[in-house]
Design a protein. Sequence first.
Length: 379
Amino acid sequence: MTIALINGRVLLPDGPRDGLSVVVDGPVIASLSCTPPPGAALIDLAGALLLPGFIDVQVNGGGGVLFNDEPTVTGMQAIGAAHRRYGTTGFLPTLISDDLDIVARAIAAVDQAIAAGVPGVLGIHIEGPFLAERRRGIHRADKLRSLRDEDIALLTSVKRGRTLLTVAPEAVTPAQIRRLVAAGVVVALGHSEADYECTRSAFAAGARGVTHLFNAMSGFAHRAPGMAGAALENDKAFAGVIADGHHIHPAALRIAVKAKGADRIMLVTDAMPSVGSDCREFDLQGRRIRLSQGTLTDQAGTLAGSHLTMAGAFANVIEQAGVSVEEASRMASATPAAFLGLDDRIGSIAPGMQADLVVMHADGQVLASWISGVEERFS
């Protein structure tokens, strides 16, 4: 059925537009017009903001589910449903460092989920276990290892969707990065002590960006720019940021946005099971994680992912970094789509694009969303 979304403020790349109807035919946006076509079912947005759906490339869990514990189709359904009410229409379920049999189960489940049409699943993010022990954060030391050539067959075995792999350059070789990239894997750098030169070599080998900029990586100093400095300097490298006010200081967020712009900074949540649920405590690979004052930590005080939503990140980057609504939208939608190489079909409102859309009230509340043209209302 053809529908026309009318009386909304439609967020296009150059800013909001009033008086524009967005015509959706099945799973795609058919047209943008001043007058809806005859026979279309009209949906009145009553002045609310219509945005491209948010795309989150780092989602450990939600709805009380941790992906490591439930690397299944039903697990992804629960996680996606929890995040959808906060504007996420596309996501990568994310594994923190684990045994390779769990990685294999998760890859198989992602293939099944995409084949079954589970809303929003775009692929998988495998964050580790090829990371540096000194920068492991909440990742368990006994799960970490170096990448072996024989592991690459598993890491490149996803049949549907995108594979994002976070590695530390110390745990892989440039030749291995080149092999992964040639096989279609999106490689990001993180949880690393790598210096500036080593990071530049990894970018030259094909690494596409960094995972949660500033967190769990060698920092920027005037004589030792580190991974953070190499990422900020590189105009082509993408960088995820966890804009929850806890992982990075607002000043660091502003510096990152000024250095790289909205076309290379992307919002991520690093979300855990507490998002979209009443869960305030959960187990993470044998450790008890507690939510307190907006942060998730283990008993030692180590940050364990976040309680952030994409709607919250969108609001925070506007408030903390002083960006415009359209810049924040790019960081939440178009930029992660480009990072994954999917910007030809998702991440913006234009004819021919997949109808992944979010309706947001002026106060930041998500009122409704469409994934491939299928609507869900939240108020």
